[in-house]
Design a protein around this ligand. Sequence first.
Ligand code: SIN
Length: 188
Amino acid sequence: MSFNTIEANRRAAQFEDREQLWLFGYGSLIYKAGFDYIERRPASIEGWQRRFWQGSHDHRGTPEAPGRVVTLVEAPGATCMGMAYLITPAVFGYLDHREKNGYLRFSTDMTFADGDHADGLVYIATPQNEAWLGDAPADAIADQIARSQGPSGANRDYLLNLADALRGLDADDAHVFDIETCLRQIEG
Ligand code: SIN
């Protein structure tokens, strides 16, 4: 997969003059930081829902056999729970590399558990990116996840870690939990 969003994200940097800023994570960024942060707080964003519709050719699959990872799709009225990290701009070098397979940053309002708000940067992969896989039945998504493996490990671990992390946040996410149920059936 030659598509790489590192340059596009670098050109779009929206934080040259900031000492610190918030990142909102909704997928692996909930359960695996892998970078230094100043503060970490559960948060949510409005109007988006999590979907296993993005191909992973570099982390949880390979170019020949991509896995599936989450992105966000617009859903008026929906709330997406995740984890907010207060970070310095230097961390975006690491994040842009990690999210390079189709994810672009955008800024949106986040709500913390105590009702406070802040702007947060979010990595999102849209249908326009070349690694996009799109919708499929939950059992087909689980089947692809069960078979996929990449440099960051088994795709099933991504799904199960995410489902556990969402339970830890008291997040209601039927899409993720349905795929988890299908995976457990496949694995017997
Ligand atoms: C995120 O976690 O916010 C982006 C998707 C991922 O890296 O799993």
